[in-house]
Ligand binder design. Structure first.
Ligand SMILES: [Zn+2]
Length: 158
């Protein structure tokens, strides 16, 4: 998945598992921001799916957020970060640092962009992610309006 899909999954996680939205959103976006910056921009790591795309990275960062930000934020981070894995799918270095992985050279931004927007499969995937994001946002707006109507009712009755 790319941005719209990861944002949508964070919203679904927030709604279905009742986790803090900003934390889940940050956790859902962080793996790509960190790993792709390290691999494709700074060229420090061998792959855009590296430490943040591993169970070790997931557990370590979730534990740090838990210790620094408390139980609710820690839970929200764990959920959002794990939803990133589900959104990505495919091969992941799950046990990085515990076993060896061989990585193919990281894709350049041109290749990533080409795959995402210049192929039929990429465009269909992007369209699917936009639909998913639309559904997630519609769900949030619906619940927000329902809550507003409820509190307006309580105000009128109280
Ligand atoms: Zn990713």
């Amino acid at each position: 998945m790319i941005l719209p899909g990861h944002i949508a999954l964070a919203i679904f996680g927030h709604k279905l598992l009742r986790v803090d939205l900003p934390t889940a959103m940050a956790a859902s976006l962080a793996p790509d921001l960190v790993d792709k910056a390290l691999a494709q921009v700074l060229q420090i790591t061998p792959s855009g799916r590296y430490a943040m795309h591993s169970l070790v990275g997931w557990a370590a960062i979730s534990a740090v957020v838990f210790l620094v930000g408390g139980k609710e934020r820690g839970r929200a981070w764990a959920v959002g970060h794990f939803l990133h894995f589900i959104g990505d799918g495919g091969e992941m270095p799950w046990l990085l640092f515990l076993r060896d992985y061989s990585f193919s050279a990281p894709k350049g931004f041109g290749d990533v962009f080409w795959e995402a927007f210049a192929t039929t499969e990429g465009l269909l995937r992007f369209a699917f992610e936009l639909v998913l994001l639309g559904g997630a946002l519609a769900w949030m707006v619906h619940d927000h309006r329902a809550e507003q109507a409820k509190s307006a009712n309580q105000g009128a009755n109280g």
